[in-house]
Design a protein around this ligand. Structure first.
Ligand SMILES: O=C(O)CCC(=O)C(=O)O
Ligand SMILES: [Fe+2]
Length: 624
């Protein structure tokens, strides 16, 4: 078991957790980057770099600024509107239509033909709709009482045995603990539920066969050629939330695998009369899946990106029985990100806007060519450390983040995903400041301390004798000549010491001067942050992703330096605003991991990540 990273982190109170919800409800099936929403793409002809170049001499700067602002705005809009949770409902084939041996879980495709009359010409129109239905769901499980594995078929029939099988199932489930600082704890205030682990039951229910996984793939991972990747749903629990008080407080799922991008909850057809809604929140939006009403005639499901906060509201009565799956990206026959020959990134509206922006030869023209980067803060959080060196990123980028990545890749900007370690620090562009500079004005003191000086001579003298350092002994009583030579040596050493001292002093003074100038620069930049080219604030970025390392009792400030080492400091023009919530979100994710839905896997945590892309200078972009 791994120790929680940054054990100094405080736990969030339940109240605090539940307070952090937004109130805006959004359509959960909105496609990412809908064409109609991007103003800069409206005219294909204008998106052509040649046209742009010809026209830009006259009023390029204001146009470029406004295009830049539009692209930034577009990314923000898309991040705000991107799909983070979807759901659906599948009717159970009428019990009477099912022969006893038909509990295979394979779907039936019913053709439902309806006829409507056209009012204008009396012609009949026939529409056919294929609806998938599910067979009743069968669960067999390890009994604590019987040798033979009992089974339950949902929905329950009215007969007495069926009711008994529900009672047996509930009895054989164990109370669910939560992971808190590496220990299993039962905290019914936080989570009241019971469960069977995946090794204790089996079922005929198959989310692939019912089209659920296809839907998830299209809606939550809508980015690349489908032949190169897929969604893998891994069943890991059966949960029962029973009335009157079954619930699960707001939390973020513990990432169990690095390729995990989401969670799928399937609510089985078993009556729970009221309550038990699943509420999923992301970026101030929320989506509620209230399944009580349609029980028990349907299988209902919800899938969401697992870094989104979610909770199960209190079940008032009955039993809410769910199957829980981890959703992982499977790379199939090749790497996912960017490896698709039939890649659709060029059709993502953001692509045209970015391309047009790059066509301005003075876009990002300040600073050293070849060092320009653009950066986009990811909309989701990612598990950044695991036992394996491979992280699963960029392959497991979620929804809108993957769409942005694909666009940059397609534009030849070689994007990378890097962890954002802190948003607090500002760094100088070129200077390599000492790690131990503490930022205070009296820091000059360190350079004149005695310990700091090297011994510049290997002879220590007194009036009468000499100490030979190598031989380790007093050599002889000194003659007058010796004394003179030693006095000269002492003088030379003194001079060398003074020279060294003033060299160091000068270096330190320069450094302090640069720090002060940098401080002023930071202030200036802070003031002009709104300006489009003023977005060069520096985040501490991890160079890359690491294998997991246990670190206990270390503060958040110490953590990046001691764990990630010296961090890279590219000059980044951010296309996303400095997000207020990134730091809070990241902390929240860490707290939730300490008290999340998994036990014993506290070594993993979420962090915020950013997509950085290097922008070649104009010549290499083919503009000069
Ligand atoms: O049952 C649900 O709706 C959600 C359960 C959940 O959040 C979990 O098991 O982590
Ligand atoms: Fe959860």
């Amino acid at each position: 078991m791994q120790a929680p990273i940054r054990s100094t982190q405080k736990q969030t109170s339940h109240k605090e957790k539940t307070r952090r919800s937004g109130g805006i409800s959004n359509s959960h099936c909105q496609p990412v980057l809908a064409e109609s929403q991007l103003p800069v793409m409206a005219d294909n002809k204008k998106a052509d770099p040649g046209h742009v170049k010809a026209r830009q001499k006259t009023s390029a700067q204001p146009k470029q600024k406004s295009l830049f602002a539009k692209v930034c705005e577009k990314i923000a809009d898309e991040q705000a509107a991107a799909t983070f949770a979807i759901g659906g409902s599948i009717k159970i084939k009428e019990a009477m239509e099912i022969a006893p041996q038909q509990d295979t879980g394979h779907p039936d495709h019913d053709t439902d033909i309806s006829t409507t009359s056209s009012s204008s010409d009396n012609e009949s129109l026939v529409t056919a709709q294929t609806a998938i239905t599910s067979a009743p769901v069968v669960i067999r499980w390890d009994s604590k009482t019987f040798d033979v594995a009992p089974k339950i078929i949902l929905p329950l029939t009215k007969d007495h045995n069926a009711q008994l099988s529900l009672k047996d199932l509930i009895q054989d489930c164990s109370p669910v603990s939560v992971g808190n600082e590496g220990k299993d704890v039962y905290d019914e205030e936080y989570r009241k539920a019971s469960k069977l682990d995946e090794t204790e039951f089996c079922t005929n229910f198959c989310p692939y066969a019912l089209g659920i996984i296809d839907t998830i793939e299209q809606r939550l991972l809508p980015h690349v050629d489908k032949t190169l990747n897929g969604v893998q749903a891994e069943l890991y629990k059966l949960n029962v939330y029973s009335g009157p008080s079954g619930k699960f407080h707001a939390h973020v799922d513990t990432p169990r695998e690095q390729a995990q991008f989401g969670s799928l909850v399937v609510c089985l057809p078993c009556a729970h009369e009221a309550g038990g809604a699943l509420v999923v929140r992301h970026n101030g939006r929320k989506h509620t899946f209230d399944w009580a009403a349609e029980q028990p005639t349907c299988v209902q499901w919800a899938a969401f990106n697992s870094d989104c906060e979610h909770e199960v509201l209190e079940v008032k009565s009955g039993h809410r029985i769910t199957l829980n799956y981890n959703l992982c990206v499977s790379t199939g026959v090749g790497r996912m990100a960017g490896n698709s020959s039939s890649m659709s990134a060029a059709h993502i509206p953001l692509y045209a806007g970015m391309k047009k922006l790059l066509a301005y030869d003075n876009f990002l023209s300040k600073g050293t060519p070849g060092k320009w980067h653009i950066g986009i803060r990811c909309s989701h959080f990612y598990a950044h450390a695991g036992k394996k060196p491979t992280h699963g990123l960029p392959n497991s980028l979620k929804g809108i983040d993957m769409a942005v990545f694909e666009v940059l890749l397609r534009l030849g900007l070689a994007p990378t995903v890097q962890p954002v370690l802190t948003t607090e620090h500002w760094h100088d562009e070129e200077d390599d400041f000492d790690e131990d500079y503490d930022g205070s004005d009296d820091s000059q003191e360190w350079w004149c301390s005695d310990e700091d000086m090297d011994d510049s001579t290997d002879v220590y003298t007194s009036d009468e004798m000499t100490w030979d350092r190598d031989a380790g002994e007093i050599k002889k009583i000194l003659t007058e000549e010796d004394k003179k030579q030693l006095a000269d040596a002492k003088e030379r050493a003194e001079l060398a010491r003074e020279e060294q001292f003033s060299r160091r002093k000068k270096r330190a003074e320069d450094r302090v001067k640069r720090i002060r100038e940098f401080g002023k620069w930071v202030e200036k930049k802070r003031k002009e942050r709104i300006e489009w080219e003023g977005k060069t604030l520096r985040l501490t970025m991890g160079r890359g992703l690491h294998t997991f390392k246990e670190i206990g009792g270390i503060s958040e400030e110490e953590f990046p330096m001691s764990y990630w080492g010296r961090t890279e400091k590219p000059l980044v023009t951010w296309l996303t605003k400095r997000p207020q919530d990134i730091k809070a979100g990241r902390s929240v994710a860490m707290r939730y991991v300490a008290y999340g839905n998994g036990v014993g896997d506290l070594g993993l945590e979420y962090t915020s990540a950013a997509i950085l892309a290097r922008v070649p200078d104009a010549e290499l972009r083919g503009l000069k």
